[in-house]
Ligand binder design. Structure first.
Ligand SMILES: [Zn+2]
Length: 358
């Protein structure tokens, strides 16, 4: 069977079940709010939802037995396709997918924010009737980037919903939005994607070798988008470099010199974009060393079992924990805009066991 529409989304059975129920019953709320971390499929589901609202597969395949509901043409009912899942192949679905349907409107941040001008021009459009005879769907991505002024302008639309119009807002968390906006939307919560699903997706769709896929999936913290971005880096090789530069791959007994600590900090600081992920790789390894004694099956770097076992038997847990803390301290300092090179040098020294200041 060809997998299309909602079935292509991993690990979001719960929100999708809710949306399908709205579609089936023809009771779609005027405003929906999809919340969840970045990269779990909120925007894609919003797009499939718009397709399901407008899909015309029955019109294009008249010989296909029509559902009983398709014959109900009275009143508002004819607006709803009553389709559980879009066909993704009819002309309407294809126009939506390519962003060329006049009644499916996308609003997304221009730069870092959704600006008041964007919402004002949306309000003007919404004051007119939809251009075609079905529903109109407005998708506002990353609605948390609206400032209060834009949020208040949108609130007017939510208070007096325009005819035949459904708004879908997406946001990382509802607390980033005006409470008055949140309270007028039906909330739909998206889950982080499981590491197993991410690994499978990386192997099948991105052709990532299984060993790397496992590491990336563990580091992506439930975000498919983050995993795909990470898949561009060879994390097995990078992990090897990070751990050996710090002497962590041979249990920290190699005593790298202060010079190598400075070189390490310099190299790490030169790629600030990857810094967060690099630190996560080191933390994950230290976590594995701690976890190994009690739950070896929970080790994330499964391919390094032998090194992790050796490290776990030789380094006291308190020391491993201390090294772990030196990374979280560095992360906090970087977040607070401290001197990057200096912060990373201190961290490297502490990880190498040459610097103790508590
Ligand atoms: Zn369709």
């Amino acid at each position: 069977m060809l997998v299309s529409g909602f079935d292509t989304i991993s690990d979001q059975q719960q929100p999708i079940r809710l949306l399908k129920a709205f579609l089936r019953k023809g009771t779609i709320p005027h405003a929906l709010l999809f919340s969840g971390i970045e990269g779990v499929g909120k925007r894609t589901v919003a797009l499939y939802f718009a397709m399901a609202c407008l899909c015309r597969q029955d019109d294009e395949n008249p010989r296909r037995p029509q559902s009983q509901n398709a014959h109900e043409k009275a009143g508002e009912d004819r607006l709803y396709t009553r389709l559980n899942d879009p066909c993704t192949r009819c002309r309407t679905c294809r126009r939506i997918e390519s962003g060329n349907h006049p009644d499916v409107i996308h609003i997304q941040p221009s730069g870092a924010f959704i600006r008041i001008g964007q919402i004002r021009s949306l309000c003007e459009t919404l004051s007119l009737k939809p251009l075609e005879d079905g529903l109109r769907v407005v998708i506002i991505s990353n609605a948390q980037t609206m400032n209060a002024e834009a949020g208040n302008a949108l609130l007017k639309v939510l208070e007096e919903p325009p005819e035949r119009t459904i708004l879908v807002l997406t946001a990382l968390q509802t607390s980033d939005l005006l409470p008055t906006v949140v309270s007028r939307c039906q909330q739909v919560r998206f889950n982080p994607v499981t590491a197993a699903s991410i690994a499978r997706l990386l192997i099948e769709k991105e052709k990532v070798p299984p060993q790397s896929a496992g590491i990336i999936a563990a580091l992506a913290h439930g975000s498919v988008a983050k995993a795909k971005k990470m898949a561009k880096t060879d994390w097995v090789a990078k992990r090897g470099w990070l751990l050996s530069a710090l002497g962590l791959d041979h249990c920290g007994n190699a005593a790298p010199s202060p010079r190598s600590g400075m070189a390490f900090a310099e190299k790490l600081a030169s790629d600030k974009q990857a810094l967060e992920d690099s630190l996560e790789v080191i933390k994950t390894y230290l976590r594995d060393v701690l976890v190994f004694a009690h739950a070896p099956h929970m080790v994330i770097n499964q391919d390094m079992q032998a090194q992790i076992k050796a490290a776990a038997s030789r380094i006291p847990a308190s020391l491993v924990l201390d090294r772990f803390r030196s990374i979280t301290a560095a992360e906090r300092a970087v977040y607070a805009n401290a001197n990057l090179r200096l912060t990373l040098e201190v961290m490297a020294m502490r990880l190498m066991g040459q610097y103790h200041d508590g």
